[in-house]
Every structure is written in C-alpha cells, then in structure tokens.
Design a protein around this ligand. Structure first.
Ligand code: 4AD
Ligand code: MG
Length: 429
C-alpha cells in the first residue's frame, strides 16, 4: 500500500491525528529506555518525536540508527501532551536511507568549531529558521519593487572600473587583463534607467574588507534600485516605505520562525514612515555633545553610528554629507557645493544599512569631479556617455541584505545572515 508522505510541520499542526503516514528526514536526537526508543526526527519543516516499541520489528533498525542518519518512517500520529509539539508518531516501520557516521557536532561546541563545519551546522534549527526568514525577506523585497513598477535586471560581476573607490576592490586576472569584482551595480543600473526608467537588482557585491567586525563580509548580497526623474525626497520616502513593508510582512508571515529565534519583533512592528532625518552637520553636533570629537568633514565610523542610533532607537536617515567623504558620482547641492545629496539609513546596534543619493547628472560637473579625485576619464567614458545623451535627474541606493537581517533578527554577527559567509579569514567550506 502507498503511504501518504507528509511534512512534519503538518503533523505538529494537528492535521493528521490518528492517521497512518510516512515522514522522511534525519535523526535529530535519540534516547533509549528498556521498552521504547525515542527518536526526534527533523525535516525541512520541523521536528517531531517518534517512538519505537521493543516488540516492533523495527526495533533493531532503531537500535542501529545514529544521529543525522537519513530515514523514512511509517507510523500513526498520536496526540500526546508530553511530546514536544504535542504530537508523536508511533512507528510501525523504520527504514534507514543513509546511516550516518559519528556526527561531529555535539552540544557545547565553540563558535570557531561550528564555523569550520558550517556545511553541517546549516542543519541546525537555528540556521534552518534564519534561512527561511532570509528567503521570505527576499520575496518581500521583490514584491515591493514589482508593486512599484521596477524591472529586475542582472548586472555584471566582472567590472573594469571602481564604483566605490579602489581600497576595497578585489582584482582578478581576466585572460591577460586586469579586472575587478563588482562592489556595486550602481553604474550599470544607471545605464539601464535610460531604457527602463525604474530598475533594481539583488546581486552579490564584493569588498576587500580587512576589518573584522560584526557587520562586514567580503561577499554580500546587495539590493540596489535606480530610477529616473526623482530627487532626494523621493529617495528617502521610497526607502522608508520599503523598509516598513519588509518589516511588517516579515512579522506577519514569519511569526513562528521569529518566535523560535526569540526575535524582539516589537522593533519591527514599530517601524513606520516617515523616519527621522538629520543632516550630517546636525549629526556631528549631536555626537560632539556626547563627547565625540568629530571635525566637520570627517566620516563616521561604527562607534559614531551606533551612538547616533541610540538616540533614535529606530531607523533614521543622515543626509547632506561633505563632498570629500562621498563617491565621485554624488550630486552636489547647487546652493552649497561642499555638500552632496547622499543619505545613509542607520538602525540601532548595526549603524548604516543603506547608502543612496542623487547622482551627478551634469557632464561638466562629473568630469571636474573625476579629475579632482585623480580618476581617469577614459575608465569612465561609457558612464559619461549617460550624461551626453539625454541626461536626467536620478537617484538610487544600495541596501545590504545581510546587514538588514542582522538587525531584524537580532543576530550577534552578520555571518549568520548568509549560509556560507566570506570574510578576510573565512572562505571554507
Ligand atoms: O555604502 P555602500 O558602499 O554604497 C554603494 O555601494 C552604493 N553604490 C549603493 C548604491 O547607491 N546603489 O554600500 C551599500 C550598502 C551599505 O550600506 C551596507 O549595507 C552594505 O552595502 N555593505 C556591506 N554589507 C556587508 N559587508 C560589507 N563589507 C559591506 N559593505 C557595504
Ligand atoms: Mg555607505
């Protein structure tokens, strides 16, 4: 007889009480008494307790089965308050698919150890839940852009000139040429707005970050939109609406996952547009009144951003930055060319999660800027073309997906927001 194969979460949701069925998964925990073997079995959806009795023909298989073996179990669902989740499966037949060797992850392993066996640690409930929320957050991001009429595009990863400055560029040999890995799709997205007006991508960005912090990866996923006929106010409004949408959707659709991860969801529920906006100049004054000694024109580091974020306790914008600390493409305020139309979104504990702004749309200004920064005009010739042929005011931003998740899920370190983190020291597995 063919047995019904079900997801464990459906069993836990009470859909199959007293029904005979099959589950497939892996042995998560095992405990034996004289008359019963208790197997906690996990699949992608959840963990359920299964019991094998001594008089059952499967007893020998149950004796033999090891932690992390893959199995198929047939049995009957019983309601039992004592079982974790309130349901258990009385096993009638247990087949071992792949008998596991002694699993290296046991309780109380160090962080360092778990990072070295990341390929196995991904099986943990914690990583399973984080990856599910990550997937949902990505879905909400795509939904939002679609809703707003944006076209998803696929930018190149091999690039010939820097977007965000040379210090964090990864170089690579491309046949007999020197190329780089992209730091941001922005410049290529700018080219696409002349065709599609509103575009976005979710793609990897690479940064040769030497800093070892809780918020830096060398490879991260970058959410980047760019659109035409828009200004700074449009930009900030769009960003706050996007973030509110993501937070509220996640609270609604990932309730179970967030509870199991003991996430403080109140901060997500509370996210509401409009966000506070302060200028860079106001931010330095605030910081200096707290005892920092920032001279006007200096950039903020992690400590400054965290201190500012404490004041607000929620997402907010800093905008109108000194020209000297921002990239060549930033548009200057026409009444104050020392300032550029650039804005960072900051959140508590993490600091910056996005940078965006208006792009210099005047060809002569752009050329002056490139020259001033010692960048070679010929490296950016195609980009300058965008100002030669039908230039338009336009804006865009880049949001770091893993930084966003680190904040949303109260993760201690950004590395848990991505399955296979890459940092200066870590590229295995
Ligand atoms: O601030 P960044 O460097 O801005 C840009 O790349 C712009 N060209 C984006 C644009 O306007 N299209 O990077 C944007 C965001 C940061 O705010 C941060 O969230 C994330 O990318 N980010 C990193 N995330 C993890 N690890 C790193 N090393 C990161 N560097 C930047
Ligand atoms: Mg930035």
């Amino acid at each position: 007889m063919l047995m019904l194969v079900v997801a464990i979460q459906d069993v836990l949701d009470g859909k199959y009480e007293e029904k005979s069925l099959t589950i497939r998964g892996w042995i998560y925990r095992k405990r034996e008494s004289k008359q019963t073997i208790f197997l906690l079995v996990r699949d992608a959806s959840g963990v359920v307790q299964c019991t094998v009795k001594r008089d059952n023909p499967s007893w020998t298989q149950a004796k033999k089965v090891t932690i992390e073996s893959s199995v198929m179990l047939e049995g009957t669902v019983k309601h039992d308050e004592r079982a974790p989740g309130g349901y258990e499966i009385a096993v009638e037949n247990l087949s071992i698919i792949g008998l596991a060797e002694v699993f290296p992850i046991t309780e109380y392993k160090s962080e360092e150890f778990l990072r070295n066996v990341r390929h196995l640690w991904l099986r943990s409930r914690r990583m399973n839940l984080i990856m599910k929320v990550r997937s949902e957050v990505l879905r909400f991001i795509h939904d939002f852009f679609k809703k707003e009429g944006f076209v998803e595009v696929s930018p190149p990863m091999f690039i010939s000139s820097a977007c965000e400055g040379g210090s964090t560029l990864f170089g690579l040999k491309y046949f007999d040429k020197q190329l780089y890995l992209t730091q941001s799709a922005q410049l290529h997205l700018e080219a696409l707005i002349y065709s599609l007006e509103k575009v976005y991508c979710v793609a990897p960005s690479f940064r040769a970050e030497k800093s070892r912090t809780i918020r830096h990866l060398t490879e991260y996923w970058h959410v980047e939109p760019e659109w035409a006929f828009a200004d700074m106010d449009d930009l900030m409004r769009f960003e706050e609406n996007l973030l509110s949408y993501i937070c509220h959707k996640t609270v609604k659709n990932c309730k179970k996952e967030m509870e199991s991860l003991t996430v403080d969801i109140s901060k997500l529920v509370a996210v509401e547009a409009p966000f506070p906006r302060i200028t860079y100049t106001e931010a330095t004054e605030r910081l200096n009144s707290k005892g920092f000694k920032i001279k006007w024109g200096e950039d903020f580091g992690y400590d400054e951003e965290k201190a500012l974020a404490e004041d607000f306790g929620k997402p907010f914008f800093v905008y109108a930055y000194p020209r000297q600390i921002k990239a060549f493409y930033c548009k200057t305020y026409r009444d104050n060319p020392d300032l550029v139309m650039s804005t960072d979104m900051l959140v508590p504990r993490i600091g910056e999660i996005s940078t965006g702004g208006a792009r210099e749309d005047d060809k002569e200004e752009l050329l002056r800027r490139l020259k001033k920064l010692g960048l070679r005009e010929e490296d950016y010739d195609w980009y300058i073309d965008l100002r030669r042929y039908g230039t338009v005011p336009h804006v865009g931003f880049g949001l770091g997906l893993e930084r966003l998740l680190t904040w949303m899920l109260d993760l201690e370190n950004i590395i848990d927001a991505i399955p296979f983190p890459r940092t200066i020291r870590r590229f295995y597995p």
